[in-house]
Structures are given as structure tokens and as C-alpha cells.
Design a protein around this ligand. Structure first.
Ligand SMILES: Nc1ncnc2c1ncn2[C@@H]1O[C@H](COP(=O)(O)OP(=O)(O)OP(=O)(O)O)[C@@H](O)[C@H]1O
Length: 573
């Protein structure tokens, strides 16, 4: 299994030429620094010998060249590495979302805050990987080699000391820092995910928390999580600080060692004093190459953790498979048939649906009822193609649905899922989600059918009325009617309505149900419901019990036999 960080790196392949240029610019920066120090050292020490001014002219020009070149190269390196990182990010985000889409909604096991942290924050690891990880690491290697080569050319014994110091500062210290920060880094990432999830949970459930008087405790918990995260971040920062100090110590120690060795060679007359200055200052400047490496170790560790967390989500098994060569979706009215269908949510879990048969020919309306947990929503999810059957087959005009593209199936079979979502836009924007580009006449027609039009016309802003987060400015009945209007506007050939009157008061429930019965007349419909009032109108009623079909037939047939159906009617009466 390839390491997640390597997989993430592969995704940045298109920007590799820019990254290579950034590395070369970074190397040029450090080399200019070494050149600047070396020529400045040569200039000062040579000037002290009062030579002819002409002898110094080249060095003066070189100092200027390296001084200006260093700034220009640094600017180019920043520009190129950030350009590569931003372009990689722009490239990686759509890939992540494309991988996320087939997992939705059935295979996203995470809390939404945590998921958000992963697909937004952890994707940013790409940027850190390139700008703070890879580019400085390769730059350090190239520039370190160049600087050591220069010193080796001037005074080989000093180069040995310099190479040892650079290895210690460039590998030893970063390795130490990586080991120190591994645990706190992982804990900080986990604490950040927990904090994001807590905050998202509090925002989502604010009304319930307030109503239950649980808000202060939830806030205190989130605050504690925030403090915990800050403590871990501070520990990481301390590690980073200690690494910088250690790096400076190694650089200072190496320069002292080089100075001692070179000075004794000068005293013995083996090295002229001007070269001594050059060797000393070049060695000092060489450490600019390895100075960022402890931070690189921390950044690479964090990027690795981010990549792991990201691929944890992206590698989740996809609940619906796409065919290699998709079949053409059928034209005209379709028949949906379930044949011995079984679904289980985990290999060892009990079957949520077990050997279910169902026939939905064009124009037929079938209701599915049953106790809570009997598998009704699972059946609807199967038809929406949120997941595939683990046993048996779902057939569309006689062909397995897996032969068609998921999007095609969803265009043919659609409706109202359990707990339909209302987006924080206007009424028009929400309704148009079902059919982008629908004109006002179309919107008004379905709004009329869903019993929404009079209310919308009474609003000062009409269709442009903002509905608030999750439709908070609408009543429960209006939200359900909006969902119905969306389903009617999308006009799928098979309409699946999963408890469209859930959470409504008896009055709105009766009204919405009446609307549904009128709107679905003559349409192929599967209605999952707890409402008995709709059942006499249905062509067939299927009673589910622990995932199995316990009873099926028309209202009259089922009333005539002993069982769940007659019992619930008796209870209702
Ligand atoms: N995502 C899931 N992961 C694991 N188990 C699940 C999941 N969704 C449903 N189940 C289980 O599958 C069974 C059927 O659930 P389902 O939601 O289909 O029932 P339901 O009849 O729609 O219930 P209700 O009337 O309360 O909505 C239940 O035992 C439930 O716990």
C-alpha cells in the first residue's frame, strides 16, 4: 500500500515543472547567499592588505551581483512554489469532491464538522507539502552540496567539518524534531477534528440544546476541547522553537570548528588569511540551506497525517458501483421490480431488508408501512440508489440497475428522501435545484400542485424570499410542500416519497397528504408512510416487519386478514 503522502504527491504531478523551477530558484538563493558571504569575506580581508583598487573591482561587482541575485532568486522561489501549490490545490479539490460524491450519502460515517475539516483543511496539506516540505528539502540538498563543494575546493579539511555539521543540522536535528512532534502533532490534529465536529454539532443542534437547557454544558465542552487543542498547539510550537535553537547551536558549533581548523592551518602557513575568511563566511552562509529543515520535518509529518486522514475518507468502500459500459436508460414509462432483495449495513449486522419482492409497473401506487426500524427507509434508499442491494436484484425494465449510470437511474427514480434538506437560499433557488433553468410558469405550476403558491404569493419578496439555514424561516409543513414541489418539478418516472408527512402536526399532515394523493394520481409512486389515511387510495400496501414482507395487498384485502395492518387500523379507530 502506497503511503498516503506519496499518493497525495502524485496528484501534484501536473505542477512538477513549476516545482522544479522553484527548487532551482531556492538553490540559487542559498548559493547567492554563500557567494555573497564568500566574496564579501574575500573583499574585506583582501582590502585590509591595501592592494591596488583595480584588484578589488571584480569582487565589488560580484558582491553586488550576489546581493541582488539573492533577492531576485528568493522572490522567484516564493512565486513559483506558491504558484505550484495553489494550482495543485485547485486541481486536487475537484478530485477530492469527485471521489466524495459516490460516497454520499450512504458511506460518509463521519460527523459533518470532522468531514469538513478533512476535505477543506487536510486538502491544504498539499500546499504545505510543496511549499514547506518538498521544495525546501530538495533545495537544502542541492545548496548544501554546492556550498560543501566550494569549501572543499578552497580547503578540504574544512569541508569535512562543514559536511558533518550540515548533516547533523539537516538530518539529525529534523529527525529529532520529527520524533518529538509526532505524538503531539497527531494529538493536535485529532483535537482539531474533534473541536470542528463539536462546533458544527452545536451550531446544528443549537435549538435542541437551548430547549433542553444543555447549551451551557455543550459550550463548556467545546471550550475545554478548544483549550486542549491550544495546549497541544503550544507544545508543537515549543518543539519548533527548540528545533530552531538546536539548529543555531549546530551551525555555531560547526563554524567554530571550521574556524579552529582553518586558523591553525593559517598559523602553520598552509592557508592564506584571505581564504580563511572566505572559508569561514561560506561555511556560515551554508547553514541557510538547512535552517528550514526542522520545520520541514514538522510540515511533512503534518502533511502525512493530513493525507492519511483524507484517504481514510476517500478510500471508504463506494456503496454504489458504476458500470464500465453503462446501458442506455430506457425511454418512456419504466417498470421497477425488486427481486429477493436483501440489504445489511455491516457484514455481521442483521438484514435490514431480507428477501423483499416488489413490483412497480407504470402508474401503480404502492405504499410501504411497518414499525419503526422495519426497513422502509432502506427500501427507499435502494430505489434512490444511495446504496446497492447485498442480495437479490433491483431491476429497471428488466435490467439490473447496476447496468445503468447512477445519475441516469436517479433521473428516472426520484422524489423526497427522508428528512429532505432545504438550502439557505431563496425559495426559487431551492425549487430550481430540482430542474435548473425552470421558468416561473413551471415553478408556479408545481408550487400550485404542492399547495405552496398562495403562501409564496402572499410574501412581500415572493419567490425571492430567503428561507434561512435549513429552511428555518419556513414551517414544517411548508418545508415538506417545498420538497414535494421539487419532486414534482424533477418529474421522475418513478416517484419515491419517504415519509413526506414526517414531523407535521395532524392538520398539516392531512393537508399535505391530500396534496400528495392528488399530485401522484396516475404516477408510478412508492410512498413510505406512517399515515393510514393515504392507504385506502393505494393500489397495493406492503407491510414490512424486520426487513421482510409480512403482508401485502389492497386496503380491503389486508383489513380482511388478521395481522399488523388490521391491528394498526383498530388502534387508529
Ligand atoms: N446507516 C445505517 N447504518 C447502520 N444501520 C442502519 C443504518 N440505517 C438503518 N439502519 C438499520 O437498518 C434497519 C432498518 O432501518 P430503516 O431506517 O430502513 O427503518 P425504517 O422502517 O425506515 O424506520 P423509521 O420508520 O423509524 O424511519 C434498522 O434496524 C436500522 O437500525
Amino acid at each position: 500500500m502506497t503511503a498516503p503522502v506519496v499518493r497525495l504527491l502524485r496528484w501534484t504531478r501536473p505542477t512538477r515543472p513549476t516545482t522544479t523551477l522553484a527548487v532551482l530558484a531556492g538553490t540559487a538563493t542559498v548559493c547567492c547567499g554563500v557567494g555573497l558571504f564568500a566574496t564579501a569575506g574575500w573583499l574585506i580581508s583582501r582590502a585590509a592588505q591595501h592592494p591596488d583598487i583595480a584588484a578589488l573591482a571584480v569582487a565589488v561587482v560580484a558582491v553586488r551581483f550576489f546581493g541582488i541575485g539573492r533577492g531576485v532568486a528568493r522572490y522567484a522561489e516564493r512565486l513559483l512554489s506558491h504558484d505550484a501549490a495553489m494550482r495543485s490545490l485547485a486541481d486536487v479539490r475537484p478530485r477530492v469532491f469527485a471521489r466524495l460524491v459516490p460516497l454520499t450519502p450512504a458511506a460518509l460515517p463521519l460527523r459533518s464538522g470532522d468531514l469538513l475539516a478533512r476535505v477543506v483543511g487536510d486538502v491544504d496539506a498539499v500546499q504545505d507539502l510543496l511549499v514547506r516540505g518538498l521544495t525546501p528539502a530538495v533545495t537544502a540538498l542541492l545548496a548544501g552540496l554546492a556550498a560543501t563543494g566550494l569549501v572543499a575546493f578552497l580547503f578540504p579539511p574544512a569541508a569535512v567539518l562543514l559536511a558533518a555539521g550540515l548533516l547533523l543540522g539537516g538530518i539529525g536535528v529534523p529527525a529529532l524534531v520529527a520524533a518529538w512532534s509526532r505524538r503531539s502533532g497527531r494529538a493536535a490534529a485529532e483535537a482539531q477534528a474533534r473541536l470542528s465536529a463539536d462546533v458544527a454539532g452545536i451550531l446544528d443542534g443549537a435549538a435542541d440544546l437551548l430547549a433542553a437547557g444543555a447549551a451551557p454544558r455543550a459550550l463548556a465542552d467545546a471550550e475545554a476541547a478548544g483549550r486542549h487543542r491550544s495546549r497541544l498547539a503550544a507544545a508543537l510550537a515549543r518543539t519548533g522553537g527548540a528545533a530552531v535553537a538546536l539548529g543555531v547551536l549546530v551551525a555555531g558549533g560547526t563554524v567554530w570548528a571550521v574556524a579552529g581548523r582553518a586558523a591553525s592551518a593559517t598559523a602553520r602557513g598552509e592557508l592564506d588569511p584571505v581564504t580563511l575568511a572566505v572559508v569561514l563566511l561560506a561555511s556560515l552562509a551554508a547553514f541557510e540551506a538547512v535552517a528550514p529543515l526542522p520545520a520541514v520535518a514538522v510540515a511533512l509529518g503534518a502533511a502525512g497525517r493530513s493525507a492519511t486522514r483524507l484517504f481514510d475518507v476517500l478510500d471508504a468502500p463506494i456503496p454504489v458501483t458504476e458500470p464500465g459500459v453503462p446501458a442506455e436508460p430506457p425511454l418512456g414509462p419504466v417498470t421497477v421490480r425488486l427481486s429477493g432483495v436483501g440489504v445489511r449495513y455491516a457484514p455481521e449486522a442483521p438484514w435490514a431488508l431480507d428477501g423483499v419482492d416488489l413490483d412497480l409497473p407504470p402508474g401503480r401506487r404502492v405504499a410501504v408501512i411497518g414499525a419503526s426500524g422495519s426497513g422502509k427507509s432502506t427500501l427507499a434508499a435502494l430505489l434512490f440508489r444511495f446504496r446497492d442491494a447485498d442480495a437479490g436484484r433491483v431491476l429497471l425494465d428488466g435490467r439490473d440497475v447496476r447496468a445503468f449510470r447512477t445519475d441516469d437511474v436517479r433521473r428516472l427514480i426520484g422524489g423526497i428522501p427522508a428528512d429532505p434538506h432545504v438550502f439557505a437560499g431563496t425559495l426559487q433557488q431551492n425549487l430550481q435545484l430540482a430542474l435548473p433553468g425552470a421558468d416561473v410558469a413551471q415553478l408556479e405550476e408545481v408550487a400550485q400542485a404542492a399547495g405552496l403558491l398562495d403562501w409564496i404569493r402572499s410574501l412581500p419578496l415572493g419567490w425571492s424570499t430567503p428561507v434561512g439555514q435549513r429552511g428555518s424561516r419556513m414551517s414544517g409543513g411548508q418545508r415538506q410542500r417545498l420538497a414535494l414541489a421539487q419532486a414534482l418539478l424533477a418529474d421522475p418516472r418513478v416517484l419515491v416519497l419517504d415519509e413526506p408527512t414526517a414531523h407535521l402536526d395532524p392538520e398539516s399532515r392531512t393537508a399535505v397528504l391530500a396534496t400528495i394523493l392528488t399530485a401522484t394520481a396516475g404516477r408510478t409512486t412508492l410512498l413510505v408512510t406512517h399515515d393510514l389515511a393515504a392507504l385506502p387510495e393505494m393500489d397495493e400496501v406492503v407491510v414490512l416487519d424486520a426487513g421482510r414482507v409480512a403482508q401485502r395487498g389492497t386496503h380491503e384485502e389486508l383489513l380482511a386478514e388478521a395481522g399488523f395492518y388490521r391491528d394498526v387500523w383498530a388502534l387508529e379507530a
